[in-house]
Design a protein around this ligand. Structure first.
Ligand SMILES: [Zn+2]
Length: 190
């Protein structure tokens, strides 16, 4: 299951190996526009430096909320107040839409600007909290990765963004650490 706010948070990309690999993809021309297009969103004007700054401020706040939720904590009153401030930023109106022979609601913004994008990002988190399971929000346990994802495993036990990459790396690291310890670095008669 994908959520817009997760794609947005994962714009802070790390290679999963080095401590200093952080790459901010919001700074890459066109990167975020491509992600938005993928979500069927278009904005009525190019991103400015101010928009970018505001998006980054939102990303820092969002990370705090997501870290709390991933640790199984609840959002507090202040968090909800900030979330609702973003949600109120741009009024949306609803229209009746036909698709696949049926009907559905479509929410359209008053202004398709960057504030609308910010409110949609926050709305996707709110949507997860209301309709899905906050207890399934995860941050990859590899500290050199920190990818945000939704754990859809049956027993809610997924710890890594991908078991073939980060999962493997973490197992190799653990194995090496054990080996190092047993080679005499640490006394074993605890
Ligand atoms: Zn990972």
């Amino acid at each position: 299951m994908r959520f817009l706010f997760m794609d947005f948070l994962n714009s802070e990309w790390r290679d999963g190996i080095r401590d200093d690999s952080l790459e901010d993809r919001l700074d890459k021309p066109g990167w975020w526009e491509n992600v938005m297009a993928d979500w069927g969103m278009t904005v009525n004007r190019p991103i400015t430096e101010t928009d970018r700054k505001e998006l980054k401020a939102l990303r820092s706040r969002l990370r705090v909320w997501v870290e709390k939720l991933a640790e199984g904590k609840q959002l507090n009153e202040e968090d909800l107040h900030q979330i609702n401030t973003y949600l109120r930023q741009v009024p949306v109106y609803r229209v009746l839409d036909s698709k696949n022979g049926g009907y559905g609601w479509k929410l359209l913004p008053d202004q398709s600007d960057w504030r609308w994008v910010a409110s949609e990002i926050v709305a996707s988190l709110a949507e997860l909290l209301v309709r899905h399971d906050a207890g399934r929000i995860r941050i990859c346990e590899n500290r050199q990765c920190l990818w945000v994802f939704y754990d859809e495993s049956r027993n809610r036990s997924r710890r890594w963004c991908d078991h073939r990459t980060c999962g493997n790396r973490m197992n190799v690291r653990k194995h090496r650490q054990r080996k190092r310890h047993s080679k005499g670095g640490q006394p074993e008669n605890e």
